[in-house]
Each structure stands twice: as structure tokens, then as C-alpha cells.
Design a protein around this ligand. Sequence first.
Ligand SMILES: Cc1cc2nc3c(=O)[nH]c(=O)nc-3n(C[C@H](O)[C@H](O)[C@H](O)COP(=O)(O)OP(=O)(O)OC[C@H]3O[C@@H](n4cnc5c(N)ncnc54)[C@H](O)[C@@H]3O)c2cc1C
Length: 398
Amino acid sequence: MSTPDILIAGLGPAGLALAAACSRRGLAVRTVEAHPGRTWSATYGMWHHQWERACAAFPELSGVPFSTTPRPRLIAPRRSGASPQFGLIAADYVVVDTAALQCALAAVCPPRMTSEEVLATADLGALAAQGTRVIDCRGAVPPDLRADPAAAACQTAYGVVLPAQHAREYLPGGAGCLMDWRTDAFGSPAKPSFLYAVNLPGDRMLLEETDLVGAPALTIARLRERLHQRLGWASPEPGTAGRAEGFADPDEIERSRGVLATEKVRFPVLPAVRPAGLETFGTAGTAGHPATGYSVGEILRSAESAADALAAGRPIPASTGVGTRALHRLGLRALLALEGPALQEMFAGFAALDVRRQLAFLDRSSKALPTGMAMASQWWNTTNATRAAVARAALLGR
Ligand SMILES: Cc1cc2nc3c(=O)[nH]c(=O)nc-3n(C[C@H](O)[C@H](O)[C@H](O)COP(=O)(O)OP(=O)(O)OC[C@H]3O[C@@H](n4cnc5c(N)ncnc54)[C@H](O)[C@@H]3O)c2cc1C
């Protein structure tokens, strides 16, 4: 077999996992990355079975530290004013030590295969036209394709890292949650956000106020303010109680509360359209779940089959079929258009789903039928008013 000439542009989770899988197959790969010395710092979470699958595919990952939040809770208010729906997510949730993940994947690749280069879409197209097999792993929206950032659907979040014992004092029953949609601490906003509270390696916890998706999404400053209100660190009128206590400055509030680190999240949930013929992998392609923002578990799952395809000279298979992609887009459209109470109740409907259906919706690689069944059941689990709002939002975008 002749050695393929492969160029991977971008070494985030997608590019690095693909480069590692290609290297293990003895493929000659060149990689370029705009910031090759940068250490990943985002907290990457995924489902436990996804992590197990990744470790089976890459035995080098078995030494990477991770933390588990067993079956995290989902709490969402009901529109009727009845007590909120409490549900458990079907699977255990894992957050990996991201820097260790990066090191373990990089260790599989030969040294000096990466150059510090910024390749624009036109450069990638030119190289592909000259016969190089180019894989665009530059993420959902690389700078040269960022037409209108304000119009892009983004997920945003602001989080604080605390010692686990201290963080649990803020959580009912001391347990983590994937989503707590209650907003009593800051009224009934038209655009609700939720608390994401998960264990981190090193006996720490991340408490993060998240806007699942918005166009425009809530600002990080607004989410920080809401997180402080939710945790009782500030009064509903921003600053007033803080000032009285002498802690008006949010940095000072966090210092006084023993915050170990903070996290700011902002990423687009849909990929920018690439020119025809440019191959993609990761969130540049089909790995990102547009209605949840998750991608890393799917990237680690699919890197092996992508490398197999490259070795065989075939196109890289999509993470998911056309039908599931269309359903996830429908879900995204509904999320973008729904107002507060209907949005919250949609998640009460999700919390009430059975295990199989929850996982079918969360997994980007699910087939269309189980995905559609999960979405229909979630919709059916809500009140008539919410069903009508969701149908309008999904079909008409309002
Ligand atoms: C703080 C934070 C927390 C997150 N938590 C989670 C989570 O818990 N679970 C989850 O699944 N997802 C999470 N995400 C989303 C996650 O970051 C992305 O889904 C994931 O990084 C996508 O991987 P990727 O390799 O496709 O793209 P990226 O990670 O965006 O990587 C793209 C790479 O390409 C490089 N690049 C870009 N342009 C060029 C260029 N022109 N030339 C050369 N190189 C270039 C970039 O420097 C970067 O290294 C989080 C995001 C953030 C910001």
C-alpha cells in the first residue's frame, strides 16, 4: 500500500486524536496548529461508557486521571407551578484531566510532526488541489470563516472550581447535577440558564452557570452574576448586598469564597460551512451535538474509524446519519426559540424519560429512529401549552 500524504490542520481533541490513530496505523501524517505549545485547560466531560470506549481504542488513555459524578441529577421546574421534576441521568458522568488527555494522545504521535502554522481555508483548498489529503480539524468556526459571531448559535458558561467538600454545601443533598434549571435566585428570566455541578479530578468540583445555546447567548458577565446570585454570594440587585459586606467586586467575592479557579466557556454549536471537497473531522465536521454542545466523547469514539478510512483511501465517515442530524437541528431550533417556562419544562420532560431514551438523545451517533422516539417522548411529557410552544418553535422558529 502506498503511503498516504495526509495533512491534519488543527490539533484540538479532534486533530490530535485523529493524528494519534493515524500514527498507530503507520500513516505518514503532517500536522499544523496555530498554538502548538498551548495546554488544554477546558474541563471536558462525557459519559462513562464513552470514556471506556475511548480507553479501549487508545490504551494510552488508561492512565489519564478522571473524576466520576454518579448518575447526575436533572432538576427542572414545571410550568403548572407543581414541584420541579427531579430526574437522574441514565449514565455516570466523567470529567477527564484535560492536560493529561492531551499529553497521552500526543505521546502516540511521532515527535516533530507538528509545525506552528496558521492555515486559512484557501491554503487548505490549494493543498488538497495539489493532491495532499487535507483534513480540516480547525474546530467549528475557525477565524477566517467567522462571518457574524453575533448571529452564531453559541453555548456560554461561567464556572468556579471549589474544594469538593465546600462545593457540596451549595447542592441539595450534596450531589452533583448535569442541569438544575431552577432560577428562584434571580427571578423568572425570559432566557433561563442552569447550574452544572460536577466532580473534577483532585477532589474538586466545578459549579458552572450555563446558557445551553443562544443566538446571541447570555454573556459570560451575566452568567457570572447569576452564578453568584444562585450561590447566595450576591443579592438579586447586583452589587448592593456585596457592597454592604464590602465585597462589591466579583473577583473579591470569589477570593473570599475560596474559589480555586474559574472557567469561561464560549463555543459555537454549529460548524461554519466549508467549501465543497474539503474534508473535516471533529466539530469542524459532524461530531458536535448542536442541541447539547457535546463533542469530545464522540470525537474519541470516531477517531479510529476515521483513521481506518484514511488508511484505506476512503472518505471519513460522518458521526451520524442525515436523519439524526436533521432531528438534532430541529431540537436546536426549538431551543433557540423557546421562552423561559416552556424551555424549563422541556427539560422536565427529559428528566422523566427512561434511561434508553435519554441516552439515545444524548449520543450524537444514535440512529434517527431512537433519536426521534426520544424527542417525541420528551415533547409528550410536557403540558399542552409547552407542546404547542415547542411545535411552533421547532417548525416556525418562533
Ligand atoms: C471551557 C470549555 C469547556 C468545554 N467543555 C466541554 C465538555 O465538557 N464536553 C464536550 O464535549 N465539549 C466541551 N467543550 C466544547 C469543546 O471545546 C469542543 O467541542 C472541542 O474542543 C472540539 O474539538 P475540536 O478538535 O473539534 O476543535 P477545537 O478544540 O476548537 O480545536 C481546533 C484547533 O485548531 C486550531 N486552529 C484553529 N484555526 C487554525 C488555523 N487556521 N491553522 C492552524 N490551526 C488552527 C486551534 O488552535 C485548535 O487547537 C468545551 C469548550 C470550552 C471552551
